[in-house]
Design a protein around this ligand. Structure first.
Ligand SMILES: [Zn+2]
Length: 558
């Protein structure tokens, strides 16, 4: 336990003063307001500094530095007097496999007239997520399926009337709302999950396709081709699932847009006009009259990571849970940048872990017990594709049907006191209403994530559980500094993304000011606490694909 810092005394004094004078929160400035739990700058800064230090080696998903990180978290939970989340254990094993494709595959596209060959890396990327040494497609008929979306809540089905057996889907990235900017289509400019590449491959598999190839374009993907090429080069980690991913399509991949232009022309089709047609309701898939051949050779390696979890057991509904989640892992060691090989991940996500540890410590120390259980969950291998979170979603400590809400903290930038708190995926669930009432009491407000078209809501751990219906809140540092305004924050965040995100330079910065993080942690403490005391079950918004999934288990919540 850290020593009681001065700010604790100052805060207790202010709260006591406020109580004595009977003044309401209206009289308090945001800076003075405090809930009863004593969230401190010192706790947050100290724990972040430890986890982000070189001594923790950048917290890779496995190996001695992973063990050290996990031991640190486990010891912290024990000291707080919290119960192990996984029967008698604080850790849950997560079996992993890495699949490294040989980088020499050739994608061959054959029309009645000609045959084209595309190179791995510069023109296309292909791989298989099946846990096999070799996979491929042969003479597979290409079908242009537009955005490759089946979304009953939007009355949309790009696969309507198609049997995809033996066929390969050719798919646009993002969704019709983004491409048309029509607020009536999907969620307009904000990306839905249907826009994410992960969804496209999952849906093609559900449709029984052989292969699924996404056409890359920088704006709708929100990143250039180099990101596609780098992300899928080298070993790709995945969970070892019971079916070894046999249910996935044999070949997943991307092609550059100039490749798409070329093969559409070969097929006698106009790519640009079909792209426009695909964004309109009633679009029908188009068989291209082309065949695809490609095979990939893999090297497989098995390993494991772990999730770490502890529980504050509820007094009246111990089988129901509110979950705080943050990924403990980062990238470990990697290519040297200015002589530094340790990717410390201070903001991503040492500071997120420190935030959840602070909630855990203060809630565990509270004399009042929650009605529902509260789970503090640190997941591993997030950077490899939310793998720890997906494993937890398949093997939860509490039934997902009775998991009332999830609160995720991933990337925390201590930029000082903020007038607001950002909700990524704003409007997703009514957990946001609870957060809004809490931040209003703090004299602050909620903001939407400024770039919803990038689909960040679908790119962090909470999403693995959202996909199974658990209502999830994903918060981020606010958008407006109390004294320095909006520009300061916009620039600071852009500087982080350009110069430190996923680089060895994501280290604790000397100019970090934790006062805003203290308010954010107070806010999530209070949201989790209120939900743990409540009989309410937060709901998904109507326009999310998760609402229908949640409703399937409604009986278990009566
Ligand atoms: Zn992260």
């Amino acid at each position: 336990m850290p020593p009681i810092p001065l700010s604790f005394i100052r805060r207790v004094f202010l709260v006591t003063l406020a109580a004595l004078s009977g003044c309401s929160e209206k009289d308090d400035s945001a800076a003075q307001h405090s809930y009863s739990p004593e969230i401190t700058v010192e706790d947050l800064a100290d724990r972040t500094a430890i986890l982000a230090s070189d001594a923790f080696g950048g917290r890779p998903p496995s190996g001695p530095m992973a063990d050290k990180t996990v031991a640190y978290l486990t010891e912290a939970f024990k000291r707080m007097g919290l119960n192990p989340a996984f029967e008698d254990h604080y850790v849950q094993n997560v079996p992993l496999v890495s699949i490294a494709a040989r980088p020499d595959a050739i994608l061959q596209i054959t029309s009645p007239k000609l045959e084209r060959r595309y190179d791995y890396g510069s023109e296309m990327m292909v791989w298989t997520t099946r846990v096999v040494k070799e996979a491929g497609i042969k003479d597979s008929d290409l079908v242009f399926v537009g955005y490759g979306i089946t979304a009953p809540e939007y009355g949309w089905d790009d696969y309507a009337g198609l049997d995809m057996a033996g066929k390969t889907a050719v798919i646009l990235v993002n969704d019709p709302g983004f491409s048309t900017k029509d607020p009536e289509l999907f969620t307009g400019n904000a990306m839905t999950y249907y826009g994410r590449w992960t969804y496209k491959y999952e849906e093609a598999a559900r449709q029984g396709a052989d292969g699924a190839i996404i056409i890359h374009e920088t704006a709708p993907a929100s990143y250039p081709w180099s990101v596609v090429e780098n992300s899928w080069s080298g070993p790709q980690f995945d969970l070892v699932r019971s079916d070894e991913n046999a249910g996935r399509v044999a070949i997943e991949g991307w092609v550059q847009s100039f490749v798409a232009e070329e093969i559409f022309a070969d097929a006698g089709l106009d790519y640009q006009s079909l792209k426009q047609a695909a964004a309109k309701p009633g679009f029908k898939p188009v068989p291209m009259g082309l065949k695809a051949d490609v095979s990939v050779q893999n090297t497989l390696e098995r390993s494991k990571t772990v999730n770490v979890g502890a529980v504050l057991t509820g007094v009246s509904h111990p089988d129901e849970a509110v979950v705080y989640i943050a990924h403990w892992d980062h990238l470990g060691e990697g290519p040297a940048v200015e002589g530094d090989i340790i990717y410390n991940g201070a903001a991503d996500n040492a500071a997120g872990v420190a935030s959840v540890l602070e909630v855990a410590e203060k809630m565990a120390a509270s004399p009042q017990r929650p009605a529902r259980s509260v789970l503090f969950l640190f997941v591993g291998a997030e950077e490899q594709g939310l793998l720890g979170a997906y494993h937890y979603a398949d093997n939860p400590a509490f039934p997902l049907a009775k998991t009332a809400a999830l609160i995720n903290t991933d990337v925390v930038l201590p930029l000082g006191e903020m007038a607001d708190i950002t909700v990524v995926g704003r409007g997703s669930s009514d957990i946001e209403a609870v957060l809004e009432s809490v931040t209003t009491e703090q004299g602050r407000r909620l903001s939407a994530y400024p770039n919803p078209e990038q689909g960040f809501y679908f790119r962090s751990d909470h999403f693995a559980l959202a996909k199974k219906g658990v209502p999830a809140l994903y918060i981020d540092t606010g958008t407006e500094h109390v004294e320095k305004g909006r520009d300061f924050v916009t620039k600071a965040k852009a500087d982080y993304v350009a110069n430190r995100y996923h680089k060895p330079s994501d280290e604790v910065m000397t100019d970090w000011d934790w006062r805003g993080v203290v308010l954010d942690v107070e806010a999530i403490y209070q949201v989790g606490w209120q939900l743990a005391q409540s009989r309410d079950w937060p709901q998904w918004a109507d326009n999310t694909p998760f609402k229908a999934i949640r409703e399937e288990s409604a009986d278990e919540r009566r």
